[in-house]
Design a protein around this ligand. Structure first.
Ligand code: AP5
Ligand code: MG
Ligand code: ZN
Length: 216
């Protein structure tokens, strides 16, 4: 099963990707997580990416396309993958379809999570993430077992650098301008699955599963 998760910042892509990993035993490929790892390691690419990410802008297409192309060729993607946060521009989507064609693969579903702007702001403000294993929590909607501590690995939870109010506003704008056109792109390809992301985390998880099962 080759999946794409689409949706604005805070829609729940990462949250649902973690469940899809459990439910379908395929890896999550999050360009955001990979870029944050590069920033943390201080690689040249990470240093360049950090500037874009801190302002809420996108990292250049060639950088992310290169990362994803390499990742898709690793053995654990043989049975499928979940792209989380990629593609985000039409050129990225074109590059993805070219890469998949070369690998003799295709996209089974592009799942678009729809969520109101107000709810997005609330979700990002209360989000806490694990800098070690990448798990995501929410103070109100998905609290860790112990306050401030990752339930999965015990690390101290942090606020993401780009979850400041002004950066969030920019990320929303960038989404509307550069990423939203992908909804039409994948609708035309006949693989778009729209899921109401305004419901609880569990309800959204069930809705995605049902949509995928009814499709196959
Ligand atoms: P990225 O890391 O991909 O961030 P994003 O797209 O802005 O999305 P988020 O990770 O913020 O939100 P999410 O949808 O994963 O929501 P989550 O599940 O955490 O990208 C960051 C930056 O990296 C970009 O700005 C860009 O600079 C760069 N970048 C990355 N990919 C790129 C690319 N392809 N090209 C160029 N640049 C790229 O949920 C949010 C919160 O809500 C959590 O606290 C969660 O617990 C809670 N929550 C989730 N679902 C629900 C629910 N149903 N009800 C209530 N709460 C919920
Ligand atoms: Mg995410
Ligand atoms: Zn952790």
């Amino acid at each position: 099963m080759n999946l794409i998760l689409l949706g604005p910042p805070g829609a729940g892509k990462g949250t649902q990707a973690q469940y899809l990993v459990e439910d379908y035993a395929i890896p999550q490929i999050s360009t955001g997580d990979m870029l944050r790892a590069a920033v943390k390691e201080g690689t040249p690419m990470g240093l360049k990416a950090k500037e874009c990410m801190d302002s809420g802008a996108l990292v250049p297409d060639d950088v992310v396309v290169g990362i994803v192309r390499e990742r898709l060729q690793q053995g654990d993607c043989a049975k499928g993958f979940i792209l989380d946060g990629f593609p985000r521009t039409v050129p990225q989507a074109d590059a993805l379809s070219e890469t998949l064609q070369q690998l003799d693969k295709g996209i089974d579903a592009a799942i678009a999570l729809t969520v109101d702007t107000e709810a997005l702001v609330d979700r990002l403000a209360g989000r806490r993430t694990c800098p070690v294993c990448g798990a995501t929590y929410h103070l109100k909607y998905d609290p860790p077992r112990e306050e401030g501590i990752c339930t999965k690995c015990g690390a101290k939870l942090v606020l993401r650098d780009d979850d400041k109010e002004e950066t969030v506003r920019n990320r929303m704008q960038v989404y509307a301008q550069q990423t939203q056109p992908l909804l039409d792109y994948y609708a035309q390809a006949g693989v778009l699955v729209e899921v109401d992301g305004m419901r609880s985390i569990d309800e959204v998880r069930t809705a995605i599963k049902e949509a995928l099962e009814s499709q196959s």
